[in-house]
Design a protein around this ligand. Structure first.
Ligand SMILES: *Cc1c(COP(=O)(O)O)cnc(C)c1O
Length: 499
């Protein structure tokens, strides 16, 4: 790293910024906390002046890479441009300065925004109601599976298995397992789509649900979705839609019309709210009428123009998130939907599909394309050809792209494609950017033939170069077997004492 830790920059002689007294009435901590819980000496925090702290964090921020600086073709993640108007809306004092315990009468505008967002999402995916509580897609999957289970229990059924295709995102089997289901894998056919014969052989009275992504993670539309839905429903099971790929067909077709019973949406993917870095996301879940009684409480209700929070929902699975979900993300997503309008959203999806097909065509013949096109909003290529001929892996291509000032695509996912390189350009990139990216990949593929060794050493221009993953794995293994000191995962002060 080119920036030391604040602890390393710390100088004992510096007077750190002074904070005013807390000026809180009542007893001091020393009066109410047990003696053992009180510090005997001040914590060993770094000592820096206010400008030094400011510069330290600004320098660190400049080491970061983000969608506001350059192209981010991370497959499956829909890294769109985050419009600044969303930020302006979310920063309006009437939204930003609310307190979650405020009386309903004083937050009618915020409740109205939630209600309208719910209406808009219902219309986009074709469901009856939506909960805005879940904090991410994975959380939405878990929430929906809880609702499906509660519904099936209410009918006296104890279904124990959830079917997940082999191309699914890892969160699907994880959510199913976390909800106490057995995960049963369904195989893809040679064309990259779910095998109906395999699905039929795995369906049984034990099946609670099939979780499906459409277009699937290979960027291919499941053309037999109506037959799939009929097959699943004929055994009394439900169909769950992993909506991470909703950017492929907003305003063109709807999961609800395809037969899906429950749907999650990733507002931080399709609806341009910021993404990643551990920040808040939002994963609303839409459901058809049978599941409505089981929605998390409270729901937002509108009667005679007045908005209320309904906590009295006897069959509800309960609250899944503190307060009402990540409200700031809801404001951003609603702003995006209003700014785009229905026609704008469907144009966005058409452009996303066009961009992906354009880029796929530019790279065809340089990387392997394991499945026939055309694709939807993303495609999965493979570096298998480079690996066999020149010993260059998908990882090398990804690292080499970093030196050419592009973020790397998703690699090694989905698992069904060896040396997978998964590219999702989104509709917000220009043709010039797509051309430049394709040019960079072509140069790397050419270098694989002339100088594969050089590629193994990239990136060289990033703050952190190629990590020695083999050494790291060896060291962790040795530690786990008790043969070495613990791996260095955090900074420790020389004088750090157990107290
Ligand atoms: C991103 C993604 C998820 C999980 O969504 P998070 O919001 O990251 O929790 C699930 N499935 C697919 C296909 C995804 O791309």
């Amino acid at each position: 790293m080119t920036e030391p830790l604040s602890f390393e920059l710390s100088r004992p002689a510096v007077d750190p910024p002074r904070l005013p007294d807390a000026n809180v009435a009542g007893p001091s901590p020393a009066d109410v906390l047990p003696r053992g819980a009180l510090r005997a000496k001040p914590p060993g925090l770094p000592r820096l002046s206010e400008p030094e702290i400011m510069r330290h964090y600004s320098r660190m921020a400049s080491l970061n890479y983000s969608i506001s600086e350059n192209f981010y073709p991370l497959g499956s993640c829909t890294m769109k441009y985050n419009p600044v108007v969303n930020e302006a809306a979310a920063a309006l004092p009437g939204f930003a300065e609310l307190h979650p315990y405020q009386d309903e009468e004083t937050v009618q505008g915020a409740l109205e925004l939630m209600w309208r967002l719910e209406q808009a999402l219902c219309a986009i995916v074709g469901v009856d109601r939506v909960t805005l509580q879940p904090a991410a897609g994975a959380h939405g999957e878990w929430t929906a599976l809880r609702m499906i289970r509660a519904y099936q229990h209410s009918r006296g059924e104890a279904r124990t298995e959830v079917l997940v295709p082999d191309s699914a995102h890892g969160t699907n089997p994880a959510s199913a397992a976390l909800s106490g289901f057995q995960v049963v894998e369904v195989k893809s056919g040679g064309d990259g789509r779910i095998s109906l014969a395999d699905l039929e052989s795995k369906l049984s009275p034990r099946t609670s649900a099939l979780m499906l992504t459409n277009p699937n993670t290979l960027g291919l539309f499941e053309r037999e979705i109506l037959d799939i839905a009929e097959l699943v429903h004929s055994t009394g099971a439900m169909l769950y839609y992993d909506g991470a790929n909703l950017n492929a067909f907003m305003g063109i077709c709807r999961p609800g019309d395809m037969g899906f019973d429950a749907v999650h949406m990733n507002l931080h993917k399709t609806f341009t709210t910021p993404h990643g870095g551990g920040g808040p996301g939002a994963g609303p879940v839409g459901v058809k009428s049978e599941l409505v009684p089981f929605l998390p409480a409270p729901t937002v209700e509108r009667t005679n123009g007045r908005l209320t929070l309904d906590h009295k929902r006897p069959q509800s699975i309960g609250r899944v998130r503190s307060f009402y979900g990540n409200f700031g993300m809801l404001v951003r997503a609603y702003t995006y939907i209003l700014a785009m309008g229905g026609d704008g959203l469907s144009q966005a999806s058409r452009d996303a599909v066009l961009s992906a097909n354009y880029l796929r065509k530019l790279l065809d013949g340089h990387l392997e394309m394991p499945h026939d096109g055309p694709c939807m909003h993303e495609f999965v290529a493979s570096a298998h050809n480079l690996t066999v001929q020149d010993g260059v892996r998908a990882l090398d291509v990804a690292k080499a792209l970093l030196d050419r000032e592009f973020y790397a695509p998703t690699v090694y996912f989905p698992l069904v494609v060896p040396e997978a390189i998964m590219v999702e350009p989104t509709e917000t990139e220009s043709k010039a950017t797509l051309d430049a990216f394709a040019q960079a990949v072509r140069e790397i593929v050419a270098q694989a033939k002339t100088d594969p060794q050089g590629l193994h050493q990239e990136p060289k221009r990033t703050p952190v170069g190629r990590l020695d993953e083999v050494a790291a794995a060896r060291r962790i293994n040795a530690y786990l077997q008790g043969q070495s000191e613990d791996p260095v995962l955090r900074w420790k002060a020389a004088a750090e004492s157990p107290s």
